[in-house]
Every structure is written in structure tokens, then in C-alpha cells.
Design a protein around this ligand. Sequence first.
Ligand SMILES: Cc1cc2nc3c(=O)[nH]c(=O)nc-3n(C[C@H](O)[C@H](O)[C@H](O)COP(=O)(O)OP(=O)(O)OC[C@H]3O[C@@H](n4cnc5c(N)ncnc54)[C@H](O)[C@@H]3O)c2cc1C
Length: 471
Amino acid sequence: MKQAKLIKNFGRNLRFKPKYFYSPNSESELLDILQLHKDEKIRVVGSLHSWSNLVKTDEVLIDMRYFNRIEVFAQNGETRVRVGAGCQIKHLLKALNKQRLTLPSLALITEQTIAGITATGTHGSGKHSLSHYIESLRVACFKGDESTAQVVEVNDGVELQAARCSLGCLGVITEITLPCIPQYFVQEKATFCQKIDEILILEKKAPLQQFYLMPHSWLFLAHERVVSSECRRRGLAGVYRVYWFLVIDLGMHLTLKLFASVLRSKKLIHFFFRQVAPSLISPRWVVTDRSDHALVMEHELFKHLEIELFVTRSKVGEAASFVADILKLSDDASHKLSPSTFEKLQKAELIDSLEDIKGKFTHHYPICFRRILPDDTLISMASGGSEDYYSISFITYVEPRDDFYALATFLANNMFELFDARIHWGKWFPQTGEQVNQLYPEIVEFRNVCHQFDPNGVFRNVFIEEKLGLK
Ligand SMILES: Cc1cc2nc3c(=O)[nH]c(=O)nc-3n(C[C@H](O)[C@H](O)[C@H](O)COP(=O)(O)OP(=O)(O)OC[C@H]3O[C@@H](n4cnc5c(N)ncnc54)[C@H](O)[C@@H]3O)c2cc1C
């Protein structure tokens, strides 16, 4: 056991001091810890890149950083990787790339652990979340005998669906096996569009595309991305990476922090998005780069906070118009809502809630849209159904965050009512247990599996109990 210390997450919105903090080295050491604390509350932590209260506990916190073994093997003609739960994605990608392999799906950053990233259904664009691809897991839990901790292998049926995206509720994952795919290169091109329909059409030729709604100019910018037939860098990819790092990862973020957080100037934020931002991106620069360079950004350089909402493809057009209208009102109390937004809010009896946000917050970051294919999990945000999902993300660099929290709560509640929007489990999470219950048809199955693996509710905290209805 290590000295209990103050735990802080990436966004610094979460700070707590558990009574006990462990970093076990082996499954047998882990089982001893679980056995010792079987009557208390235990949570596991990855690299603390979630903004929700998932990892918070006053009692026992387990850090799995020493479970970082990587073993690539062939089985039935396919290549797989068996990876320790605490291995960070960046180390895994490096090891896989040495064998010209990579993961089937990537997120925007690679700081997270494999268990952390999959426990929350983390995703990129144009593929399933990484959780979906998991073939088996080893989980330390109390399955079958509430008084004896043991490690079980999960590789089939509803248990596998639950364990792929488990929010840490089944027990402590020690190892994950998933397929790897041959390393590939991605061709990327930037395209500006006036309307979301134009941008959705581009997806046919660029299936890995992600796109942004630029606040205050209200233009869409697509990163059209397609798997290249060539396995080499093209279009001055090295120069592009340096340009992107200096101009976007550093320059844009520092400028926005200065305008929004230090100077708090609405006018400068408007100026940036209307005059400066469009000139930073050249639609003529077509670049081909290795997947783990092309699809990943240095998004973790500056502390921020994010909420991300998920809607199905058939609702994304309307959801985007609604978001733009609401952000305009939030920026300017005299903005007149479109008849369509007004009607929607009136019909759902939500008009009064507009008072909480009118003129109170100027959004200052591109709103990112990503497409996620439906998952074979029970409760990931893209679980269930046959339609693709779109995530819509809102980021703030301003502190204190109260005005952003009010806007994010408004969006979460209203978009739940109007578009059945779900919220990323790892991001700021204002939805209620009642809303979660309605949004996830398989939640009953998930609770059943939780009861089998953890009959006494050892692996739960207040967040899990409230949001998942697991008492
Ligand atoms: C800058 C930034 C960029 C991001 N980009 C993306 C993105 O592109 N796409 C996206 O979908 N999300 C993104 N996220 C969200 C992030 O991927 C998730 O919140 C992810 O869960 C964080 O992983 P972690 O290793 O830090 O785990 P933590 O945040 O520490 O924990 C997350 C969950 O995993 C559980 N867990 C961790 N280890 C284990 C284990 N061994 N056994 C059982 N449960 C475990 C924890 O209990 C907790 O419930 C981003 C977050 C940040 C801060």
C-alpha cells in the first residue's frame, strides 16, 4: 500500500483522497488486496483522463500501472494482442508499430490506459469504439462466491458484452485481448461547407472523416479522411505535423485561452472564429500519414473540460441546427431562435429552461462531430440499434466553469428530451439515473451481470449507484 495522496484528474474538476491506495504488481497481490477490503468500497483507476466521477472513492483506490505487459500472438490465422490493463495506449501503439500493426480503432489522444479507454466506450471517428473489438478479459472479482476474490476469464455472451464497457463495475480488469490490424496510412484533406448535409455526403468517399462546427462563423470544417492505398507519407506530412503542432495544438489553444479565459473578450472570440480560424487551414494541403499520426492530436497539452453527447445519424442534422441556435442564444440574449428550435422546445415544455443560459456563455472551441458505428456492448454510448451514432463535443478552457456547467446541463437535458442524446461516460456527466435508465435498453442485463460479478456492490461508488441504479 502506498501513502494515500490527493488524487486529481486531468481536468482538475475531480479531487479526492482515498483511505487506501494500492499499485499491485501481480494478480495474486491484487487478489490479496480485494480479499482484505471485501467489505469496503473499491474503485480502479487508469490514467485519470475522465471528467465524470467514475473513479471517485473515499475508501480503496487501485492503480493498475504495473500491469503493462504486451504480448502479440497469432491464433486461427489472425493476429491478436494480450495487453495488461494499465498499459497506456501510446506504449501499446509503439510496440504494435514495431511489428507493423496497430489497433482497430483510435481516439484523439493516446495517454489513456487500455482498461480505462475501453471501460468508457472511448471512440474515434468512422469505426466502432475500441470496447467493441475486445475478445476476452481477465477480471478480478467476487463472481460465484461473495467472500472469495478470484480471477475469471470472460470471453463470451452477455458477460463479454458487459465487460467490454463496464465502467469498472464488474471488478478489476487485469488483462485484455483484442485483434490488431496491419498498420495503415490515412489521407487527409480539409474541406469547408456551409451545411451539414454537404458534409455528411463527403463521408461516402472519406469514411474516417470527422468534422467541426466552427462557432460564430457557423461554417463546417471536415477532416476528410480515407485509408490510403499507399504505405508511405506524402504531401510533406512531416512539415504538416510540425505546422499543426505549432499553429493548432499550441497557437490556436493559447490564443483561445487568452481571449476566452484571460481577457474574457466576446469580440476577440468572434474575431478569431470569423477572421482568423478559416485562414489557418488550407483545403489544398492533402497529406498522407501513418494512422497513429494522422488520427491523433496533442489535445492533452492544456487542461480543459468536455461534455460529449451522442445522437443517432437520423437526428444529427436537426441536432446540429439546435446546437448552433442554442449557442447563439447563450452568446447573445437578444438572439431570436429559429421557428424550428422554438417549436421543439415549446412542444417539450422546455421554453422556461432557456432563462438559465441566455447571454451567459460565449462558446470558444470548435464543436467536434465524430461518427461511431454501433457497438456490441450493453451500455457504451454507441450500444444497440443498427444506426451509426454521432458524438458532438463541447469543450471549455474558461474557469470557473459554472456558466459552462449551466450550458452543458441545458444541452444534456434538452437534447435528451428532443434527440434521445446519451452522454460519454468518461466526460462531464450531468444526466440523471432516470434518464440513463430510459436511454439504455440493455441496462437491466448489465445490472444482472454486475450482481453476478459483484454480489455485495464492492466495486461501486455514489456515481455508479445513482447513474446505473445499482444499489
Ligand atoms: C484530453 C482528452 C482527450 C480525450 N479524447 C477522447 C476521444 O478522442 N474519444 C473518446 O471517446 N474519449 C476521449 N477522452 C475520454 C477518455 O478516453 C476516457 O475518459 C477514458 O476512460 C480515460 O481513460 P483512463 O485510462 O484515463 O481511465 P480513468 O479515467 O482513470 O478511468 C475510466 C474508467 O475506467 C475504469 N478502469 C480503469 N482501469 C480499470 C481496470 N483495470 N479495471 C476496471 N476498470 C478500470 C475506471 O474505474 C473508470 O470507470 C479524452 C479525455 C481527455 C482528457
